[in-house]
Design a protein. Structure first.
Length: 484
């Protein structure tokens, strides 16, 4: 990274100040700033963030970051060997102050099979530190740098082949706080997107190796937040209260995809694009984050509910995993958001059942009910969870619950017909009326049997087993039946 040198006159600075632009110290001023004392950096795993520093002076900061190669979960039933900074993807969040002198220790665990290094985009010097930190397994490298430029920066491994090291999860964020810090908020969270390339197709079970061919062609099987498809769902959801102010430090490790980051149901009050703390934009709904870059996002949560974090390149969110949630508790404010006032059917395109086309493909065949449940979980996550939710609770007035569902448990054959033929019109589930349209899914007999067995075996349902031959015998054409 080259140093951003400020070459402006006094009149320009006065003009920028009048516009409300935070100009800050120059690189030269930060070089000259006196370093007082010493401390060891507090590092944090996503989605946590180290606390604001609150220091008025520059100091010497010692950072220890360990490289580990670990096997972990990429998606339900899908394992992957991640190369990590600190044992998890993304790497640990590092927080320092503008003007600090950083003594950086990169420790490569003895169990590693590969040498690694680190390129911090916050560093001015060859390779952002990569030239000084090439570290063999069982060794440790030390270098230092002066934090000349405030901002939020990506760091990543830069050992050849660089794209492979990054695609395996070797990235994280380092915040160089501006002098005076950032505006105070109630919560700060760390979210980082990355794209993964596996030999097997999306959802294919087992330990999946990296595919260089797909990476070169930029065809990711998974695009995820914080290292796996479910990292920010269910128990991993970000927890806040209505009325709280929230700051998201959002990074994009790549190695290839640009993120269109959006929180459904929120407008960002302030965005510092590309982590540039000198320039803020306001009232933004979606912000672009290039691979190898980051953004700081502030907003206030005004009403309770579940807010969904997505890459707004939406098949990445709902089919490849770039999906998370933030749950806000608290009192409703009907003035800001009323909730649903009425529920009516509006079908301007006609009343035909929509068909969710998906090519039938041959895959592994479940030999036991347990295997059917495990395979069905992946089918559900890819095709059903967006509407019926990951816990089967559905969405009030819109999508009926599958959890403890009297409609579902009453008739297994009807359930097969609904999935294969779609559902149009009024249906009552657990005493609540729903009036809409469910698409027909052209999945294989095996996939439909698996997903129905998974649903029946989850969330207080009856535990029925659905077999592929039952699906084949009761499959109907889209729109050929109505709910009975």
């Amino acid at each position: 990274m080259g140093t951003r040198r400020a070459k402006v006159g006094v009149a320009t600075v006065i003009f920028l100040s009048w516009l409300g632009v935070g100009y800050g110290a120059t690189s030269d001023e930060n070089i000259r700033e006196k370093v007082e004392g010493q401390e060891t950096a507090i590092l944090a795993d996503a989605p946590s963030v180290p606390p604001p520093l609150g220091r008025r002076n520059a100091t010497k900061v010692i950072v220890h970051l360990e490289v580990k190669e670990v096997e972990g979960k990429l998606s339900d039933g899908v394992r992957y060997t991640f190369w990590t900074f600190g044992g998890k993807v993304p790497g640990k969040f590092i927080r320092i102050r503008e003007g600090d002198l950083v003594e950086f220790h990169l420790d490569n665990h003895p169990s590693s099979k590969m040498p690694h290094n680190i390129d911090l985009h916050a560093v001015t010097g060859p390779g952002g530190g990569a030239a000084s930190s090439f570290t063999a397994p069982g060794h440790s490298s030390v270098f230092s740098f002066k934090a000349l430029n405030p901002g939020l920066y990506v760091y990543h491994c830069a050992t050849a082949p660089v794209a492979m090291h990054v695609a395996n999860g070797m990235y994280g964020l380092i915040l160089v706080e501006p002098k005076g810090g950032l505006p105070k908020v109630d919560h700060e969270f760390y979210v980082m997107q990355g794209d993964f390339y596996t030999k097997g197709k999306n959802g294919e079970k087992g330990l999946q190796p990296f595919s260089m061919e797909k990476a070169i062609d930029e065809r990711p099987d998974y695009v995820v937040f914080n290292g796996s498809t479910g990292s920010l769902l269910d128990d991993g959801a970000l927890q806040v209260k209505a009325g709280d102010t929230v700051r998201l430090f959002v990074g994009n490790g790549g190695p290839n995809m640009t993120s269109s980051f959006h929180v459904i149901g929120e407008i960002f009050d302030r965005v510092w694009p590309e982590g540039n703390t000198s320039t803020v934009t306001e009232n933004v709904a979606t912000t672009m984050i290039p691979a190898g870059s980051a953004a700081i996002i502030d907003f206030k949560v005004n009403v309770p509910g579940t807010y969904v974090l997505v890459d707004h390149s939406l098949t990445r969110a709902f089919n490849k995993g770039a999906l998370g949630t933030m749950k806000a508790s608290g009192e409703e404010n009907k003035l800001i958001y009323s909730g649903k006032i009425s529920d009516e059917v509006f079908l301007p395109e006609g009343t035909k059942i929509r068909v969710a086309e998906q090519a039938e493909k041959k895959g592994a065949v479940a030999k036991t009910k347990a295997e059917r449940i495990a395979m069905g979980r992946a089918v559900y996550a890819t095709n059903c969870a967006a509407c019926h939710q990951s816990g089967g609770q559905g969405i009030p007035h819109a999508f009926p619950p599958l959890a403890n569902s009297d409609f579902l448990n009453a008739d297994k054959i009807r359930a097969i017909k609904v999935v294969t033929g779609g559902l149009q019109g009024k249906v009552t589930v657990n005493g609540q009326d729903y009036n809409g349209a469910m698409p027909a899914w052209s999945l294989s007999d095996e996939d439909i049997a698996n997903v129905l067995t998974y649903v029946y075996s989850s969330w207080g349902n009856s535990g029925k087993d659905v077999l592929p031959q039952e699906v084949k015998a009761n499959r109907v054409k889209p729109g050929a039946h109505a709910a009975e």
